[in-house]
Design a protein around this ligand. Structure first.
Ligand code: ZN
Ligand code: ZN
Length: 689
């Protein structure tokens, strides 16, 4: 009885938003895609006038890789809804991926007849003509698509791809530069641009582009190889092509407002110059100075080994498993097998690491780095010098907030960032955190929270820290797990959905849309339209947030995909890639890779993001379409995605949107993303005046 009731309820709801917690939808979320499709088909049979169950069935079949059956379901749906351009457009895409170009063209053209300038259909027509090698028509429809999605870096990338096919090198170069202006992390666009420069004999430019590929995709095989090939051909020194950022001595006193206003807070330990996993980098040597002068003391002994005058640069060298300290003329002041402390002569002073091209760790190679508090240096066997910044929590936050968000963002969103960053600090300090073994509470990268030190501090973010001094977010009196990410793509993901994240009552799923507006999770068909479109969301905030963070795409060639996957899993030539389990937010939580030799299923968030192509996906919020030749072999993969990061907790771009579009204050923002939590003052702060 209850089952029938549920189906009836679903039928009612499906005429609306297309969502319902129906058994079919549950099967879809679980990744049981064929059963989900059958269940939607049963709903379609029970409700002969309603096209929605057929559309959902089609979307499940497509995700399962069954494009022919998916197309048949759409043809059936058209009998129930003859004037829906989205159905024609999607039918066109299925046919296009099956290499039925005539069928695809007619479906796209019908979509455009019903709705002129239908974005997806315009892109589809361009793609059909591109595969048919019809230059004029390809470019004509791509141009229309570009007018419809002007901020979308994917358009320029596809344009460039076609220009290269049509041997239009100058146009390709311009389109690639445009794609990279919109999305600097677009590795797939940077590689061909580097190739164009290399062929033009612009070796410095080519070298620089390959170097930037490595910034986003460390260890990228082509970029690593080409860097070495080009090194002998450069006409400028690497330092001239990529001039390091230099800190010069300020003529007047730097603004010390924040410093004067903040009361003493607990000291924390931060690993500096760390890599992707938060471990120390390869610091073969370091150049150290301070505008105020410094002392070097033994941590255990308390003995003063050196007093360094203001502005004088000393070096710490990793030699024979010890840290050797040398003065400017090379005089050795000691070999240390334990920890030494480098402290500025004045408490408000700072320690500076000077950039040098000879330091292996890119963090210290690329630019001067300046830190408040003091530094602890120690040898790490076989690796180099460990660098830990010991600093008062509130002063640390002055460097975190502008590293995590843009200081120009709406002010209340900066305050919300200060509160959640502070909460993270206290949790990790109390529990030791993931870097307990390394001897620090947090690393300075995205792994924990980004911290670039004093040189990035800004007036606005300073004020945000001062105005929220000592405030943290709590749940039932305990610090809350204030996870955050750059951009959710439009839906927040609940922590319990993701392997290894645990279940917190305030880390829930919800749409990142205007406060007070309600929206149900999207069914498979609506999800596809939403992800490939440009929907309204707090984090869709042009002018403040890069559009390439909210919506992105990649086209990956079959041989690149097979090569990348086989580096980690020996599955042989790839024959299918199927996202299985999804959160109600749409994020993929398990991914099946089918190869000629074997099949593997991946469930960890970072593994899913890293396996598809050479540079990792910005998020797990994606759909994958597989484009095949007539003979069924795979040509390439089209990945449509949204958001940047894990989509759990606070969406930084969305917080900017809530503050900027709706004038929401930071308490409202925190309540929006962490419902049920409250703000508390912590005790380390002695309230001033
Ligand atoms: Zn970390
Ligand atoms: Zn968002």
């Amino acid at each position: 009885m209850r089952g029938i009731y549920l189906i009836l309820l679903c039928l009612l709801l499906q005429s609306g938003a297309g969502y319902c917690a129906s058994p079919a939808y549950e099967l879809y979320l679980k990744g049981d895609l064929q059963k989900a499709a059958s269940a939607y088909m049963a709903l379609a049979a029970a409700s002969p006038a309603n096209p929605t169950p057929l559309l959902n069935a089609s979307a499940c079949l497509k995700q399962a890789g069954l494009y022919r059956r998916a197309a048949r379901a759409l043809v059936q749906a058209l009998e129930r809804d003859q004037l829906n351009p989205d159905i024609y457009s999607e039918l066109g895409w299925l046919r296009f991926h099956l290499a039925d170009y005539e069928g695809a063209r007619s479906a796209f053209e019908t979509a455009i007849q019903i709705q002129p300038l239908h974005a997806r259909a315009e892109l589809g027509l361009a793609s059909v003509y591109s595969n048919l090698n019809e230059k004029e028509k390809t470019l004509e429809h791509l141009d229309k698509y570009r007018q419809l999605r002007p901020d979308f870096a994917g358009v320029d990338y596809i344009l460039a791809w076609n220009y290269m096919n049509f041997n239009m090198r100058d146009e390709a170069e311009k389109a690639l530069i445009e794609a990279l202006r919109k999305d600097p992390s677009f590795t797939e666009a940077r590689l061909p641009l580097a190739g164009i420069y290399a062929r033009q004999g612009k070796f410095n430019e080519a070298w620089n582009e390959y170097y930037r590929v490595l910034d986003y995709a460390p260890g990228h095989p082509i970029a690593s190889k080409m860097i070495k090939v080009l090194e002998g051909k450069l006409t400028k020194q690497p330092e001239e092509i990529r001039p390091p950022f230099r800190i010069t001595k300020p003529l007047v006193m730097a603004p010390l407002d924040a410093l004067a206003k903040l009361s003493p807070s607990v000291k924390i330990r931060v690993g500096i110059g760390t890599g992707n996993t938060g471990k120390q980098g390869r610091n073969n040597f370091l150049k150290i100075k301070s505008f105020e002068g410094m002392t070097v003391t033994g941590k255990a002994s308390g003995k003063v080994y050196a007093t360094i005058p203001p502005d004088e640069t000393w070096t710490a060298v990793y030699e024979d498993g010890k840290v050797t300290l040398k003065g400017p003329d090379g005089t050795v002041y000691g070999h240390f097998s334990g920890h030494i402390l480098v402290k500025p002569a004045k408490p408000e002073g700072s320690v500076i690491f000077e950039a040098s091209a000879k330091i292996k760790n890119p963090w210290f190679r690329g630019g001067d780095r300046q830190y408040r508090g003091y530094m602890e240096l120690y040898p790490i066997a076989g690796r180099g010098i460990g660098v830990v910044n010991v600093i008062a929590a509130e002063l640390y936050l002055l460097g975190v907030v502008p590293s995590e968000v843009a200081p120009q963002w709406p002010y209340e969103s900066l305050k919300s960032q200060a509160v959640i960053a502070r909460t993270q600090v206290l949790i990790r300090r109390a529990h030791g955190g993931v870097h307990k073994a390394e001897g620090y509470h947090l690393c300075d990268g995205q792994h924990c929270q980004a911290y670039k030190g004093e040189s990035i501090e800004a007036n606005t973010t300073d004020r945000a820290v001062v105005d929220t001094e000592g405030e943290i977010l709590t749940y039932h009196g305990r610090p809350a797990y204030t996870f955050y990410h750059s951009n959710c793509g439009g839906w927040i993901q609940a922590s319990k959905e993701v392997t290894g994240w645990g279940d917190s009552p305030y880390l829930v799923t919800k749409p990142d849309i205007a406060p007070g507006r309600h929206e149900d999770p999207l069914g498979p068909w609506d999800f596809n339209l939403w992800l490939t479109g440009n929907p309204d969301a707090n984090c869709n905030y042009p002018g403040r947030v890069r559009s390439s963070e909210f919506r992105w795409m990649k086209i990956i060639r079959q041989k690149d995909m097979t090569f990348r996957v086989n580096k980690d899993y020996a599955v042989g030539e790839i024959t299918d890639i199927i996202p299985l389990r999804r959160s109600p937010s749409g994020n993929v939580n398990s991914l099946r890779l089918v190869g000629k030799k074997k099949t593997v299923t991946i469930t960890r968030e970072h593994l899913i993001r890293n396996i598809l192509g050479f540079s990792s996906l910005k998020s797990t919020l994606f759909e994958i379409e597989i484009n095949r030749f007539k003979n069924g072999k795979i040509r390439n993969y089209w990945i449509y995605g949204g958001g940047w990061g894990h989509a759990i907790g606070l969406c930084q771009s969305g917080a900017a949107g809530l503050a900027g579009k709706y004038n929401m204050d930071y308490k409202g923002i925190l309540d929006f993303y962490f419902p049920g939590t409250s703000i508390r003052h912590i005790k380390y702060v002695k309230k001033h005046k």
